[in-house]
Design a protein around this ligand. Structure first.
Ligand code: NAD
Length: 495
């Protein structure tokens, strides 16, 4: 038994609501088991959660917002506490990583990176903007002054998915708290434990009790209750486009709360023949479907490639991804793990089977188990046509759909033939083409790569907004803090 296996056996699970700085019992009667997706062994027993849990958490978050214990702190003090939290998350990376590894099957090496680098970077970045949330002023006359300022919205509700459990929680907590709000957060029922531990660590870092409240449970109970709650001032959701639409209806039917929606994607690589190093392109495309087993919102799962480069590039990509079978996530050498659940595995298999039946050419068809673990090996499907489901539907698994083009206009049409609009990457050395396409591609985030050197590491400073079915609202940088604030103007007149 490896060190990580013995640590896994010793985990003490506690998936109860964390409200007002303490775990309490859920009011719900229904229960379910969380499961390790590599072998489908049960991990812990959890309540389905209830609207009463949400009411309790919102009442505490409201009281703590109104008493000013957090919003009343100088912004520099809030920043210092968030940086302390980032340091403590990095220091406790092994505990946090083990929870994500067990609950959603993320390889332990990747989960350690999330806890040591990714989540702390998000917290530190938001902390750095906390004292830079400036308004504007208009001196109207000798005795008139008009200013505006960003104020916290109040109680933020947040709902997160399972693909980066800890990082998704940090994406919500960091800007919400930096801007002075309190929060009630519902993590995914598949992987709630790192969010609960993060909330406990936040107390130790100096976040007052009741400022971060976590209500675990399923979407139909806890998630729907948060979306419909009349005393939530902003709901920030990350998850699938279908759930996002249900949340819009619930929010609109309750208090009309504003929303931030970070939803699904089907992002493309556009590869032109002047991209002079196809090995670098192949590395990036392969990495895109292997990272987190393709369960990344911005995973570039469409390859739109010029005819002249297609055969060569597809062969290189197949060479890089074939031979990857899901490994034991607790093994430190594993880089490619299982999918997060049997449900997700079955969905990926159904999409793959239908794509092949629709006529996609399977250049690599990865084995997918039907039981005994959420195992799905990578697949590469060539000659996918725009009408096929696999060209349009988000798979959220290691499946690449290849489409070929001959002209720049065709490439653009293919790229925009999607209901989503999250990200895109253009590979060319022609900067005129890159500028034209970057402007016309309907995606919130576009990367231009000439090939050659690796791109810079992605940061948390500069925000973007998803487009179309991928959602709306900015989460990162100073714009992220603005999203979690309300803009008030005050007009001073008289001498
Ligand atoms: P999901 O939509 O099934 O669930 C997300 C969350 O919503 C979970 O906590 C779930 O319990 C909750 N939920 C489910 N039904 C609900 C309801 N009726 N009311 C309220 N809450 C409800 O998504 P998932 O399967 O957990 O995650 C995968 C999806 O998340 C993919 O579509 C992916 O693209 C998306 N995602 C997007 C981003 C982004 O930044 N754009 C990041 C990560 C994941």
């Amino acid at each position: 038994m490896s060190d990580w296996h013995s640590r896994a056996a010793a985990v003490k699970w506690d998936i109860r609501p964390f409200i007002g700085g303490a775990h309490i019992s859920s009011a719900a009667e229904g229960r379910f088991a969380t499961v390790h997706p590599f072998d489908e062994s049960p991990l812990a027993d959890a309540a389905v959660g209830a609207g009463d849990d949400v009411d309790r958490a919102v009442a505490v978050a409201r009281a703590r917002f109104e008493d000013g214990c957090w919003s009343g702190l100088p912004s520099a003090k809030r920043a210092a506490i968030l940086i302390e939290l980032a340091d403590r998350v990095a220091a406790r990376r092994e505990e946090l990583a083990l929870l994500d590894c067990l609950e959603m099957g993320k390889p332990i090496s990747a989960a350690l990176w999330d806890a040591q680098c990714f989540a702390p970077a998000v917290l530190r970045s938001a902390a750095g903007f906390a004292d830079k949330l400036f308004g504007e002023s208009v001196p109207l006359s000798d005795d008139g002054l008009w200013i505006n300022s960003y104020e916290p919205r109040g109680v933020v509700g947040a709902i997160t998915p399972w693909n980066f459990p800890l990082v998704n929680a940090a994406y919500k907590i960091a800007p919400a708290l930096a801007a002075g709000n309190t929060i009630v957060l519902k993590p995914s029922e598949i992987a709630p434990s790192s969010t609960l531990l993060l909330a406990r660590i936040a107390l130790e870092a100096g976040v007052p009790e009741g400022v971060i409240n976590v209500v675990p449970g399923i979407g139909a109970t806890v998630g729907a209750a948060l979306a419909a709650h009349p005393d939530i001032d902003l709901l920030s959701f990350t998850g699938s486009t279908g759930t996002g639409r249900r949340i819009m209806a619930l929010a609109g039917g309750s208090n009309g709360k504003p929303l931030l929606l970070e939803l699904g994607g089907k992002s493309p690589h556009l590869v032109f023949p002047d991209a002079d190093n196809l090995d670098v392109v192949a590395d990036a495309v392969a990495q895109g479907i292997l990272w987190n087993a393709g369960q990344v919102c911005s995973a570039h799962t469409r390859l739109i490639v010029h005819e002249d480069a297609a055969d060569n590039l597809v062969a290189k990509i197949v060479g890089r991804v074939e031979g990857h079978a899901p490994g034991d996530p607790l093994h430190p050498a594993t880089t490619f793990g299982p999918l997060a659940s049997g449900k997700q595995r079955d969905r990926v298999k159904a999409l793959l089977d239908r794509a092949l039946a629709d006529g996609a050419e399977g250049r690599l068809v990865g084995a997918i188990r039907s039981e005994g673990g959420a195992h799905a090996a990578p697949s590469v499907l060539d000659r996918v046509s725009p009408g096929m489901e696999i060209a349009r539907e988000e798979v959220f698994g290691p499946v690449l759909a290849v489409q070929r083009f001959s002209t720049d206009d065709e490439a653009l049409i293919l790229a925009n033939q999607s209901a989503y609009g999250l990200a895109a990457t253009i590979w060319t050395r022609d900067m005129g083409r890159a500028k034209r396409l970057a402007r016309r591609i309907r995606a919130g985030s576009v990367t231009v790569r000439t090939s050659g050197a690796e791109g810079p590491p992605s940061g948390s400073q500069l925000s973007h907004e998803p487009q179309r079915g991928s959602g709306f609202g900015a989460e990162l940088g100073v714009k992220g803090l603005q999203s979690y604030s309300t803009l008030k103007s005050v007009h001073f007149t008289g001498s």
